[in-house]
Design a protein around this ligand. Structure first.
Ligand SMILES: [Zn+2]
Length: 461
């Protein structure tokens, strides 16, 4: 959609900005031209769920060099969010493919008298390259195509430790895949193993959960000693994208039918919730198997109102069951520098009866622990440094790797994995550095490694 000044007709001139969101995960519903420099932008509500408006992701082109604009996102539905804590939108451009955060000094989140006192997110931006297409997003997008491409990569090589199957198809016939990661033990080595199920992306706007899930999967199939040991003692069953239609459409929480799947586990309909309809019997069957029993279900989410990584768990009247339940989060607290104990919560909240972690613990055996793992859409607090430190894509991948380390420690503590394994100490952490183990997938093209930065400071010049 090209925005021309009032009265202008004929061919659009440079500077008559063209907005587009008609691509996978795109979301922008309407644009109003307020003045030469200012635009009001409306998020397209979730399909069949007009109350939900948060995820945005759109491109802008046909700009003039040095053109300065103010974009006001005027219809965010969740007014209490991390923009109040200094979160800023992301931007990249066609010649600079790495996402960058718009500097805080250019972003304002406030109650606007011009918009019936609604909260408005305004950001000022100066376009520095006329030929570039710029893209703005709430947080790092992770599309349906990217998910399929990653799984092709993960399972496409000669690896024998992965198995891929299509668990279900969504209402719009997209694939809900199940990946199993474990080593194929020969008869002599055969032993009872625990099963861990990981679910992700039930809420499409919570794209960081896909990065965490990918970080976990890439680590588990790698040649790292911890991964090798885990594959021998634990079977990982991973459903990386439970709501592919919502992801494709650029929704925040809903499916194409407007359903919030993580409020629907206790009222599953075959027609409305094919993903849940497939995952529930999978879990029930795993739970029946006494040789490789289901032990843990993690449901990965991202949070728009809190920092760091944290856990939502359950409370139980049986104090021993509760004490067993809080062991894994305690280990996560020890292994993730970004863990926020203050955000961790255990409850039996009746509102949350339809969530995976509440419902599944009521239908599975007592020893099975179910948790929601939440990671901030923005950043985390570091002990020695004041302020919030924004997450990058790499930091989300790292979080996934940390989850694997936590399982290692957990199953050692539980006596499932013998003490002393693996040979290399797990404390050798390579935080922020490239992993030293081999991730078995195609290398990224060299030219995408270090794109030049967008000249973000120019708005102040
Ligand atoms: Zn969620």
């Amino acid at each position: 959609m090209i925005m021309r000044p009032p009265g202008h007709s004929g061919k659009a001139k440079k500077g008559h900005i063209c907005f587009d969101a008609s691509f996978e995960t795109g979301n922008l519903g309407r644009v109003d031209l307020i003045s030469e420099f200012e635009y009001d932008l409306f998020i397209r509500p979730d399909t069949c769920n007009p109350r939900l408006r948060l995820w945005f992701n759109f491109t802008v082109d046909n700009v003039k060099a040095e053109q300065r604009v103010v974009f006001n996102i005027v219809n965010i539905s969740k007014s209490t969010n991390l923009f109040r804590n200094g979160m800023t939108p992301l931007v990249k451009s066609s010649s600079r493919s790495r996402w960058q955060r718009i500097p805080r000094g250019q972003v304002f989140y406030y109650k606007s008298a011009q918009h019936q006192n609604h909260y408005v997110l305004s950001f000022a931006f100066s376009f520095d390259r006329e030929e570039d297409v710029y893209q703005f997003a709430l947080t790092y997008p992770y599309s349906y195509s990217r998910y399929l491409a990653h799984l092709d990569n993960l399972c496409g090589s000669k690896l024998t430790c992965t198995k891929r199957e299509t668990l279900a198809t969504s209402v719009q016939k997209r694939k809900i895949e199940l990946i199993t990661i474990n080593s194929n033990l020969d008869e002599a080595q055969d032993r009872s193993r625990k099963v861990v199920v990981v679910l992700a992306r039930i809420h499409p706007g919570e794209s960081p959960s896909s990065f965490v899930c990918q970080g976990l999967m890439d680590f588990l199939v790698s040649s790292h000693p911890i991964a090798q040991v885990l594959r021998n003692y634990v079977v990982f069953k991973i459903v990386p994208m439970l709501n592919p239609d919502g992801v494709f459409l650029g929704n925040y929480r809903s499916t194409v039918m407007g359903a919030d799947l993580n409020r629907s586990w206790n009222k599953i309909s075959e027609w409305l919730h094919p993903a849940l309809m497939a995952v529930k019997p999978l879990l029930k069957n795993l739970d029946k198997n006494s040789r490789t029993p289901l032990d843990c279900v993690l449901d990965l989410h991202a949070h728009m109102n809190a920092t760091g990584i944290f856990v939502y768990g359950n409370t139980y009247d049986d104090v021993y069951r509760y004490e067993r339940h809080i062991v894994l989060p305690k280990l996560l607290a020890q292994h993730a520098e970004d863990y926020e104990i203050g955000n961790t919560m255990y409850n039996q909240d009746p509102h949350k009866a339809g969530t995976a972690r509440r419902y599944l613990c009521s239908i599975l055996k007592e020893h099975v622990n179910c948790y929601s793992i939440e990671v901030s859409m923005y950043g985390y607090n570091r002990k020695a440094t004041p302020g919030i430190f924004p997450y990058t894509e790499e930091a989300y991948y790292r979080l996934g790797r940390n989850l694997a380390r936590v399982f290692m420690e957990y199953y050692k503590l539980m006596g499932v994995i013998p003490a002393g394994l693996p040979d290399q100490p797990s404390s050798k952490r390579t935080r922020q550095s490239r992993p030293r183990y081999r991730v078995l997938r195609d290398p990224r093209p060299k030219n995408s490694r270090k794109p030049a930065p967008i000249h973000l400071a120019s708005i102040h010049e």
